[in-house]
Design a protein around this ligand. Sequence first.
Ligand SMILES: Cc1cc2nc3c(=O)[nH]c(=O)nc-3n(C[C@H](O)[C@H](O)[C@H](O)COP(=O)(O)OP(=O)(O)OC[C@H]3O[C@@H](n4cnc5c(N)ncnc54)[C@H](O)[C@@H]3O)c2cc1C
Length: 440
Amino acid sequence: MSIGVVWFGNDLRTADQVMLWHAMREVDQLICVYCDPLLPQHSALNSLSSPSPKRDRFLRDGLDELALNLQALGQTLWVTQKHAQVALPVLFNELPITHVYRNHHAGWYEQQALNQITFDFPDIQIKQFYGLGLFAQSQLPFALAELPDSFSKFRKMMETIEVTAPLPDAAQLPPMPAFSLPDFSPWQVRPAKTEQARFNGGERAALTQLSDYFATDLPSTYKATRNELDGWENSTKFSPWLAQGSISARQIKACLEVYEGDHGANESSYWIFFELLWREYFHWYASRYGKRLFAANGIQQRTTQRSFYPERFRKWCYGNTPYPIVNACMKQLNETGFMSNRGRQLAASCLIYDLGVDWRYGAAYFESQLLDYDVASNWGNWQYIAGVGADPRGGRHFNLEKQTQQYDPEHHFIEKWYGHQFDEQLDSMDAADWPISPKP
Ligand SMILES: Cc1cc2nc3c(=O)[nH]c(=O)nc-3n(C[C@H](O)[C@H](O)[C@H](O)COP(=O)(O)OP(=O)(O)OC[C@H]3O[C@@H](n4cnc5c(N)ncnc54)[C@H](O)[C@@H]3O)c2cc1C
């Protein structure tokens, strides 16, 4: 008798799900689990990078859908609020588990958790797959330790490698063994929502966005519009679903190929693949550099300023700086959980270079607020702008006036988000902590 455990993470889907595909063939019984120690605290912003209520809702949508989709395949989603390293050993000691299925996660902590389990349970077959990105590690034409030091080099090496097509759907999953453990409970699906949000988590909404986007001509003009600060149609908006894994990068690539077959490929449609390669790059970068992703000096180990001005940081978070375009972007983020790529670049550059704050505080705030928070893409992009990451130019300081001229010349975006409303004076204390009198 073989018993498998499918261990879900940022891959909350049943379609194109390599773990289920293998488990279906290899084990007699199966348990599907999701471990999230943050679940009970999600709605309280109890530390800087704790998920916001919006991201918490998006995650719960994803878990609801996954539970329902697993149910349709004869399975149950079990959830524990303990860390995987704590909860899974209890399960493995209770039942004679023979196989564990897990997708490779680029994040340091996720990798540590898998390493610990692999070390502690040498008799269990731990099967790791590459279901989060476009490529498996075996497809990389270099050893991970030799990851190219710039995206351009990486792209040139990877763009001609064939992306594996998505897997067919699993038809039926093996049954679940009987067990009862206090730390595990079946995920309780919430009643269907009536409110209509632009971003609803889960596989159904992800697939709707995928088919809606490729049903238009938008991919053919994507490159010209993707830098806009606003507008649903100006970029794909796939990122939140990609981040929770309710859609796979391979599913997007497959739809893109069908689109190009029907409409013809052009530079714009190619650029969607180009951007997915950026995501891919940062994922391998995070895998390669581990906890250096979070280090102040980055992967470059280049000394950077580490100053922290609490008042400036707070003002940046709430969109109350002397830079209207950044204020608008931050208010958009706080209100919607989303910000355009251009907006993220400007907000990050402003915090680091105009406000003089250590980049890691900004990365942590984005982590808490972005619906599409992805450890590799977020911390990798912040390092890039701070000049301690994969940027051969050594950092990006944007001229906010010029950027406003270029991307919001009529101030429509700024006005929409009240970016002009800010305190006259940035600091209320000087460097020696003396109060600064307000300007007359
Ligand atoms: C400071 C900063 C922080 C960021 N944090 C995140 C994050 O936590 N999660 C995240 O998914 N993206 C992050 N990005 C990258 C990018 O801003 C978003 O992926 C993009 O804006 C999402 O919108 P979209 O899906 O419409 O993107 P599109 O323009 O439609 O791009 C298609 C897909 O390509 C990928 N992509 C595009 N640009 C990038 C990029 N620069 N880096 C990595 N992948 C990219 C995304 O998966 C995206 O969904 C960050 C960028 C910056 C500058």
